[in-house]
Design a protein around this ligand. Structure first.
Ligand code: BGC
Length: 734
């Protein structure tokens, strides 16, 4: 039941002062707030929590701990405690649904479609991650949601994982820097971020039952750092436990993950929310750290944290202080969100939000190859342009099993080119292939669909009669989806055939691949001279893409994960450590995830982590450190010069890696430790500095359960990608 609040309902002077507007949907009138400018202190929040706790009955407390609708929970009308109103995230505030997940058919729930996680990661720009969070949360506030189920940043361990597009990257440092900012952005609007999925939810196959066996060092160095940063630096107010098990125990009832690490070591004050339907017990989950059970299948009174929890408390299997702690956490989150002072009203679908989306897209698109300098397009020499491929007219805001957005608008690639080119150039569109993907049922159509001869002929005709062709291929939101992994990296829907056929009749063919995860584009890399990588880019997709192709925007995206030349090269596949056997999966590759594996094992990838070209060129020079020797408590100051030596102003992401020389323990050949994106005008040189605390060079000593900075020599490496390192210096840590 949704709660309507009025000031009169509020009980007690102290409490009355605390409440501000609950989500717009459920609370038309706004109760009294403290005078503007008065900031609630931690002590005041604590006093309010205590005052409320005293008035809650046991039954009311239990009612706060489980779902009462697909996205809602709790709410105590007599005390003016608003509901927890969650919503997905991460692509924007999803449309409202009714029981059974059908559309609520509202006309008020369209929203801005924000770029997917790997697109945000490809910007390597934490400021954009902040703006993403900030703007999405403004929309959440306007739509009456107080918890955004975002960001999602599990590590991209296997390129096949169906949610790679939602997640960020294969690198814990890059993930951490972006996650912290998106959390801060979301929470700036008094909307709680819900960081997910905690932890090691790195595949969709058997995600609800698989048990991950990962060694402690790897857990700490690869899979937990971004969560730790989101909690301790980003101060995320909520976190979602993952569906899978860690070392035999479901993450939603995992004492080690939830009580020891999250609430103990990281001092997390907020609430742990289960993934939907991801709770498996009452007593164990309650005692081991879960705070709120969510799910989408009524009746909600049958939930583990409903009547069964009440009975368990009465039977003393769950102590009252365990319940009180959970209620405390939930009220604490509400006092930072709907019950906080000075709540912003929220904004939806604003031009500023579109601008954020456009800016992210502009910095996310990756130029993979430009051997003939066909890009940026020289429109004065193009009379007719063939635009070919289903992905030129596809939208990506919805589809598949995962969360989507009812986008107020989404500019397709074709519309973007039409918008920008007007009548200057004749555009000839041909679909080329169909991206329809229906994996199940009688009307099944899989990724192996054969070329459609009529579509191919039309594409060939368009390409032949044009000066240039742009072929848009790749994945789509049906094909890359939550709840399933891809079976291979092969381009689906006979797209390779389309590219080959079109290229054969028009050598001036540019290939634009749209996807959220690596694909096998080895043949295209070999045979085609111009390749652009684009993403599930958001509402402004086509405009940003057109501006990159036309040179209004100089591309600056860098790949957030390795593209293997062969799937078999990627670590989990090479070691036969995916998708697990008998619902158990050992992460045999240990710390050697992504480029750490490829570099250490000297395997040439198709495209390496951090790779991405520009229309200009950058020359690196003069890397120096402020000293040669450092105590483990000191920081290494690194400075280098980057010159824009080409013809276009451009942004460059300077990447800083570190190698440990002669380590006593296994080390990856190099690890990303810092990065900075700089805008450099033509001919100018930027001085780029990094402050690298020596403590960040530590490895996790599992035996003694502590981070250890190994004394000895380290190499500091700077470059334009993980494999194009041109600057280095050696330092010693004492
Ligand atoms: C997903 C979560 C999502 C939840 C609610 C689950 O299937 O794993 O990421 O937030 O559904 O839609």
């Amino acid at each position: 039941m949704k709660i309507k609040l009025t000031g009169l309902l509020l009980c007690g002077m102290l409490i009355a002062a605390a409440f501000s507007s609950a989500h717009a949907q459920t609370q038309p009138s706004k109760p009294a707030r403290p005078a503007a400018g008065v900031k609630t202190t931690d002590q005041q929040i604590e006093a309010k929590i205590q005052a409320l706790m005293k008035q809650l009955t046991l039954e009311e407390k239990i009612s706060l701990l489980h779902a009462n609708s697909i996205f809602g929970a709790g709410g105590i009308e007599r005390l003016g405690i608003p509901q927890i109103m969650t919503d997905d995230g991460p692509l924007g505030v999803r449309e409202d649904v009714k029981e059974g997940w059908g559309s609520a058919n509202l006309t008020t729930d369209s929203a801005t479609f924000f770029p997917n996680g790997s697109a945000i990661a490809a910007t390597w720009n934490p400021d954009l991650a902040y703006r993403y969070g900030h703007d999405m949360a403004e929309e959440a506030r306007a739509r009456g949601k107080n918890v955004m189920l975002a960001p999602a940043f599990n590590i991209c361990r296997v390129p096949l994982c169906g949610r790679t597009y939602e997640y960020y990257s294969e690198d814990p440092w890059l993930n951490a820097k972006l996650a912290v900012q998106s959390v801060k952005g979301i929470q700036s609007q008094h909307v709680a971020a819900c960081v997910k999925h905690f932890a090691v939810n790195n595949q969709e196959i058997n995600r609800g039952r698989i048990s991950v066996d990962v060694d402690e060092r790897t857990l700490r160095e690869i899979y937990l750092p971004a969560f730790k940063a989101a909690i301790t630096e980003g101060e995320a107010w909520t976190i979602m436990s993952a569906y899978n098990k860690l070392r035999g125990t479901y993450c939603s009832e995992n004492d080690y993950l939830l009580n020891k690490i999250l609430k103990g070591e990281w001092k997390f004050k907020g609430m742990v929310i289960s993934d939907w339907g991801g709770t498996h017990s009452t007593v164990k989950a309650a005692n081991n750290g879960l705070d709120l059970e969510m799910g989408s299948v009524p009746p909600y009174k049958n939930y583990y944290f409903a009547d069964k929890l009440l009975d368990s408390v009465k039977a003393h299997n769950v102590e009252m202080d365990v319940i009180d702690e959970k209620v405390h956490r939930i009220l604490w989150v509400l006092l930072h969100t709907d019950m906080s002072e000075k709540l912003p009203a929220g904004k939806i679908n604003t031009p500023a939000h579109s601008k954020t989306v456009y800016d992210i897209e502009s910095e996310a698109i990756v130029l993979l190859k430009n051997d003939k300098n066909l890009l940026p397009l020289k429109t004065s020499t193009i009379k007719a342009l063939a635009v070919i491929g289903d992905n030129a007219t596809q939208t990506f805001h919805a589809g598949g099993f995962g969360a989507g957005v009812k986008a107020r608008y989404e500019i397709t690639a074709l519309q973007g080119l039409q918008n920008r080119l007007g009548t200057k150039v004749e555009i000839k569109y041909a679909q080329g292939y169909s991206g329809e993907y229906r994996p199940f049922g009688k009307n099944q159509r899989t990724e192996n669909a054969k070329p459609d001869t009529a579509l191919i002929s039309a594409a060939v005709a368009a390409a032949k009669s044009s000066d240039m062709a742009i072929v848009f291929i790749g994945g789509n939101r049906e094909y890359e989806s939550e709840s399933r992994d891809r079976k291979s990296l092969i381009l689906p829907f006979s797209e390779q055939y389309l590219v080959d056929t079109v290229t054969a009749v028009n050598p001036n063919t540019i290939v634009v691949v749209v996807g959220g995860a690596p694909y096998d584009i080895g043949k295209i890399k070999k045979n085609n001279h111009t390749i652009v990588w684009s993403w599930y880019n958001g509402s402004e997709n086509g405009n940003a893409l057109a501006d990159v192709l036309l040179g209004k925007v100089n591309p600056s995206g860098k790949l957030p994960f390795t593209f293997p030349a062969d799937l078999k090269d990627s670590p989990a596949i090479a070691l036969n450590a995916y998708p697990g056997e008998n619902l158990e999966e050992e992460y045999k590759e240990g710390i050697l995830v992504g480029y750490r594996w490829f570099d250490t094992k000297k395997i040439e990838p198709l495209y390496c982590f951090g790779y991405g070209l520009s229309y200009t060129t950058f020359k690196y020079a003069g890397l120096v450190t402020d000293k040669k020797m450092y105590k483990p408590t000191e920081s290494i100051k690194i400075t280098l010069k980057v010159k824009n030596s080409g013809k276009y102003a451009g942004k460059e992401t300077v990447q800083l890696y570190v190698s440990k020389l002669e380590s006593a323990v296994q080390r990856a050949e190099k690890e990303l430790k810092a990065f900075k994106k700089v805008n450099i005008p033509v001919g100018q040189t930027a001085t780029v500095s990094f402050i690298l605390p020596a403590k960040n060079l530590a490895y996790f000593d599992a035996q003694n359960s502590k981070w250890v900075v190994e004394p000895g020599k380290y190499k500091v490496l700077a470059g334009t990608s993980s494999r194009d390192i041109t600057q280095s210096a050696e330092v010693t840590v004492l």
